[in-house]
Design a protein around this ligand. Structure first.
Ligand SMILES: CC(C)(COP(=O)(O)OP(=O)(O)OC[C@H]1O[C@@H](n2cnc3c(N)ncnc32)[C@H](O)[C@@H]1OP(=O)(O)O)[C@@H](O)C(=O)NCCC(=O)NCCS
Length: 397
């Protein structure tokens, strides 16, 4: 085995798609491959080839997208979005991914991105690379036949239009862009990324896009006639509303869909989504899974902690995994050597969650990711770093 690593070029895209498709179980048609060739910034992708094999096959690939994440404030900060990490099954567990992850960190630093983040295929891979779980995903299932939006919360649906979601992608992305800038934990969704994620799994799949002047919802319909007792499955891909009224109108519409049975959603309904409060029967909404979603690694803690706002007028000294200490107040972040003992000692995987306010200092301490000087300090840190509603990220990349 002789591995050579280099930045990807347009000529690598066919093999890149083949490697990715093989590893993730997908398939790219010729149009998708061309779109990827044109829309990805390949200078942010690294490929590994085994030059000891005939034809130097590609055995690894990984890349960064130029994204942004919203911190408490709200404050929008550049973030490298790690993506397309894959290593050929023949070359696994020989350090290829580790080498590529280090390159991605350097690439993010070179692009002045203080944070690098990802959504992971498996939960056990990324903590060793310094990432921590900053938002959780909540999968829900709603039995539409048992529930409606309660009368007093129903909103007018007449301004909603059914449109082709691909044709209207610019409007969809523009609405999402306005939304995510004010929602802590949300990550940018550039049009090229939305296009990849909103590709129907097959040409015959029915995708419905409901476009409201201030929101949209996109879902997939899986027919189930159930011997004359129809219960089609609705798989909600995205739902975004800039106003309460838009959100309630979209849910009023979805829950009024005749013939639909189970509605499932993985990303659109965040941990603190108010939807259950609007329903005639909140128990009809079942949380079927809660798990890690957005993993963050903070490459420049001074810049990142200075970019966000805090909820109390306090001053806390945190010790970072490299031993540096930061004194953080509501309006200033500074390095400090004065204090021997920090209020909080952070492990790698605690920095991102604390930055976003998605996990409380107390929970991180109970989970062995933070050492605190005292219980009292944890209470202060919870009040200081916390963010409500719980940060949520509705995209995967
Ligand atoms: C996940 C994947 C990229 C790892 O590649 P790899 O080259 O085998 O990883 P490395 O050899 O560099 O492993 C680095 C470390 O991570 C660990 N690791 C790798 N994959 C892991 C996994 N799936 N679960 C837990 N630990 C894992 C290794 O054991 C190693 O640990 P060590 O440093 O203690 O020895 C590869 O298995 C793959 O392509 N999987 C399918 C696609 C995928 O899931 N990609 C991730 C997308 S988010």
């Amino acid at each position: 085995m002789a591995l050579s690593y280099r930045t990807a070029t347009r000529d690598d895209v066919d093999e890149l798609c083949e490697l990715d498709g093989r590893n993730f179980g997908g398939r790219f048609d010729a149009d998708s491959v061309e779109r990827i060739r044109e829309s990805f910034d390949l200078s942010r992708f690294l490929v590994a080839r085994d030059t000891s094999l005939p034809g130097d096959p590609m055995v690894g690939a990984a890349g960064n997208f130029s994204l942004e994440v919203t911190l408490p404030g709200p404050s929008v900060v550049p973030m490298a979005g790690v993506t397309w990490v894959s290593v050929a099954t023949t070359h696994r567990r020989r350090g290829v991914a580790a080498r590529m992850m280090a390159w991605l960190d350097d690439d993010a630093r070179a692009h002045d991105e203080p944070i690098i983040g990802l959504t992971a295929s498996e939960g056990g891979i990324y903590e060793r690379f310094g990432y921590g779980v900053a938002t959780v995903v909540r999968a829900v299932s709603i039995d539409r036949r048992r529930v409606q939006v309660a009368d007093r919360f129903r909103a007018d649906t007449s301004s909603i239009r059914f449109v082709d979601h691909i044709e209207h992608l610019p409007e969809i992305c523009a609405i999402f862009d306005r939304y995510r800038r004010n929602a802590v934990g949300q990550v940018a969704m550039p049009e090229f990324l939305a296009r990849e994620h909103m590709e129907p799994p097959s040409p015959t799949t029915r995708v419905v896009c409901a476009l409201h002047p201030e929101g949209f919802a996109v879902w997939q319909v899986n027919q189930d006639w159930n011997d004359g007792d129809p219960r089609h499955g609705l798989r909600l891909w995205m739902l975004c509303g800039l106003t309460d009224d838009a959100r309630r109108a979209l849910w009023t519409l979805i829950l009024s869909t005749d013939l639909a049975g189970k509605i499932t959603a993985r990303l659109p309904v965040g941990p603190d989504d108010p939807l259950p409060y609007f329903l005639t029967n909140p128990r009809a909404l079942k949380t079927t899974h809660v798990g890690d979603h957005l993993w963050l690694k903070v490459l420049d803690p001074s810049a990142a902690f200075a970019a966000r706002s805090y909820r109390t007028d306090d001053a806390l000294v945190v010790e970072l995994p490299d031993g540096d200490k930061l004194r953080i107040t509501a309006d200033r972040v500074s390095s400090t050597r004065r204090r021997k003992r920090a209020d909080l000692v952070l492990s790698d995987s605690a920095v991102g969650p604390l930055l976003l306010g998605g996990a409380s200092a107390t929970v991180l301490s109970n989970g062995g990711r933070i050492e605190a000087a005292s219980r009292k300090v944890l209470e202060r840190a919870d009040a200081f770093f916390g963010s409500s509603p719980t940060p949520h990220c509705a995209v995967a990349f």
